[in-house]
Ligand binder design. Structure first.
Ligand code: MLT
Length: 212
């Protein structure tokens, strides 16, 4: 563990924070996939030049692989744990904003797979914590039921057409669920499976420019 991680682990998550390079730039909350860590998505910070980067490591271990919430099987989530961990991550973002001195109203999540799923859970369960989210290879983390309102939240879903883990129907269900809650959702289909492609980054870069 390096000095930065050791210093920041007491906010509840081992994480990397890189301050913004341009005044008024947003903070990208980078959320890795199963088995990743806080370093995995750091290169994606470059998709929003000048932005601050906050990149935590998931606190749940599955056979030694970090994740952001527990699952019972592939694609079968422990919904109570999803709720608990979404709350913990939302509290972490708020605490990190005070600690690292970034604007808590300008946080945009960028998550891959399990990281995308926890980002959606935070969007739906803790409205206001995220201004928006880029979701790569995302699934429905839970159905929060009617009454959730996240109007004004911008969401980009970039999923693969031939993903063996996420079906097109699942992607459409997620988009509908977020739209029902009032989010402004854009879905982009990649000619891909579960792995990210250069076209994912291109679409995210353009979308981020329109959100900042
Ligand atoms: C999950 O949250 O479990 C996923 O989207 C699939 C994975 O992380 O492998």
């Amino acid at each position: 563990m390096n000095a930065l991680q050791a210093m920041t682990a007491d906010l509840g998550y081992v994480h990397v924070f890189k301050p913004a390079q341009s005044p008024g730039a947003p903070t990208l909350l980078l959320l890795h996939g199963t088995g990743g860590d806080e370093h995995d998505l750091l290169p994606l910070g470059g998709l929003a030049p000048g932005a601050a980067v906050l990149s935590p490591r998931g606190n749940v271990l599955e056979n030694g692989m970090p994740r952001f919430f527990r699952r019972l099987a592939e694609g079968v989530f422990d919904v109570e744990d999803v709720k608990r961990r979404a709350g913990e991550l939302a509290d972490f973002v708020i605490a990190a904003a005070a600690h690292h001195k970034f604007d808590p109203s300008r946080v945009i999540a960028m998550g891959f797979s399990n990281g995308a799923n926890i980002a959606s859970a935070v969007l739906l369960l803790r409205p206001g914590v995220l201004k928006g989210a880029t979701l790569f290879r995302a699934m429905v983390p839970l159905d929060p039921g009617p009454g959730v309102q996240v109007a004004g939240t911008r969401v980009l879903i970039s999923n693969g057409r031939i993903d063996p883990i996420v079906s097109p129907e699942e992607t459409e269900r997620l988009a509908r669920l977020l739209q029902r809650a009032g989010a402004d959702v854009e879905v982009h289909w990649q000619p891909a499976g579960h792995q990210l492609m250069p076209s994912d980054f291109a679409v995210a870069k353009t979308w981020l420019q329109s959100v900042r």
